[in-house]
Design a protein around this ligand. Structure first.
Ligand SMILES: C[S@@+](CC[C@H](N)C(=O)[O-])C[C@H]1O[C@@H](n2cnc3c(N)ncnc32)[C@H](O)[C@@H]1O
Length: 355
């Protein structure tokens, strides 16, 4: 889900990360009707990966897996529901989401399926949440990062620059403050830094000054119009507010910090042979996942490169992989265009936390 656009998947860049695709849709993708449609991206590929299979068996009943699994980003449960079809009656599926609306959907599923447990919190709370549930190790973890289609499609959540609503942008509306409260008090330099760091917006200073000159922050359309006016370099097929909205959303939800914490925690949480499978939708996230897997499966620590005698590093993962959506998936679901699935298998090496 999340993300946007048309035609084929973005080609990898030179460093093998995704092209600078954004979470926020283009005009075209955003112009789809506001029905809360949710097309789960890389559905079969992710579920197969988390089960350690090349592809899903055609007859799940014959070969259902036992064990404990995590869906770190339940959303509307697309990945969870397919995974449950392939899990045995004694398996457990722990689902996380920050969003109260996603949790309400998860509660309806849990009412029908006793294998489902729900955590209304960030996946960055994975260690503590599993402890609270009395679970030490799990056999698979999947995550489908970013915003969901329902979050984007509901203007009142504040994620959309094409639908009017409060300038909120929180995934968890039960905690914290909307981005509008932060915009009220932040100075233009700090705002520009956020637009640059989390949106890779080259015109961040100019846009930040324009935003700070606004009288109020109570309309996403008004905010988008000010950014559009301030942006000197419009690109065809891309709303000029795309990167700024992405930056504000990533910032207020601490998205990158949560991903970093979650990835590190996965090392301690996964049992030997357990699988990690993570879908990302923009290069800021994909780069982090790629570097995490390089570090822990190939022993490539950038800080070791200058050392005459690099230390021997533990290899917590092996068999790292990367999968893009098929062209037919991208054709049917433009939001899949910028998605990458990366993952690996946990080795037997005991986890020793880094300082
Ligand atoms: C891309 S959607 C997931 C869609 C899901 N795979 C499905 O098939 O319906 C991402 C979901 O992750 C949630 N989310 C994002 N960051 C999170 C975090 N740090 N912790 C928990 N949930 C998060 C969002 O609220 C959203 O519901």
């Amino acid at each position: 889900m999340s993300s946007s656009n048309s035609n084929a998947h973005s080609a990898p860049t030179a460093d093998n990360t995704a092209m600078p695709a954004t979470e926020m849709p283009t005009d075209a993708a955003h112009a789809t009707p506001p029905a809360f449609v949710h097309d789960t991206v890389l559905l079969e590929e992710t579920v197969a990966a988390v089960l350690g299979k090349k592809s899903l068996p055609k007859t799940p009943d014959a070969v259902r897996s036992s064990g404990v699994f995590i869906d770190a980003t339940f959303g509307r449960g697309g990945h969870s529901r397919l995974l449950l079809e392939h899990l045995a009656d004694d398996a457990l599926l722990i689902v996380f989401d920050k969003d109260p609306e996603a949790i309400a959907v998860a509660e309806a599923l849990a009412a029908q399926d006793a294998r489902v447990r729900i955590v209304h919190d960030s996946f960055a709370s994975m260690n503590d949440s599993l402890k609270a549930l009395g679970i030490e190790k799990v056999d698979g973890i999947m995550a489908d990062l970013g915003v969901s289609s329902p979050q984007l499609d509901d203007g009142s959540r504040g994620f959309s620059f094409m639908r009017d609503g409060a300038v909120d942008m929180r995934m968890d509306t039960s905690r914290g403050e909307p981005i509008s409260a932060w915009l009220e008090r932040v100075d233009a330099d700090t705002l520009a830094d956020v637009l640059y760091e989390f949106g890779e917006e080259r015109h961040s200073r100019r846009i930040a000054r324009a935003i700070k000159a606004m009288d109020s922050y109570d309309s996403t359309l008004a905010l988008a119009a000010v950014i559009k006016e301030a942006h000197p370099n419009w690109q065809k097929g891309k709303h000029p507010a795309t990167q700024s909205f992405q930056a504000l959303r990533i910032f207020i939800n601490n998205e990158l910090g949560d991903v970093d914490d979650f990835l590190v925690q996965s090392i301690g949480v996964l049992a030997e042979g357990g699988r990690l499978a993570v879908i990302s939708f923009h290069s800021l996230e994909d780069r982090r996942i790629k570097q995490f897997l390089q570090r822990h499966s190939k022993g490539q620590y950038p800080e070791d490169q200058a050392l005459p005698m690099p230390p021997v590093r533990p290899r917590y993962f092996n068999k790292p992989f990367r999968v893009a959506p098929s062209s037919s998936e991208v054709k049917g679901n433009p939001r899949a265009r910028s998605a990458w699935l990366r993952g690996a298998m946990r080795t037997a090496v005991a986890y020793v936390p880094e300082d």
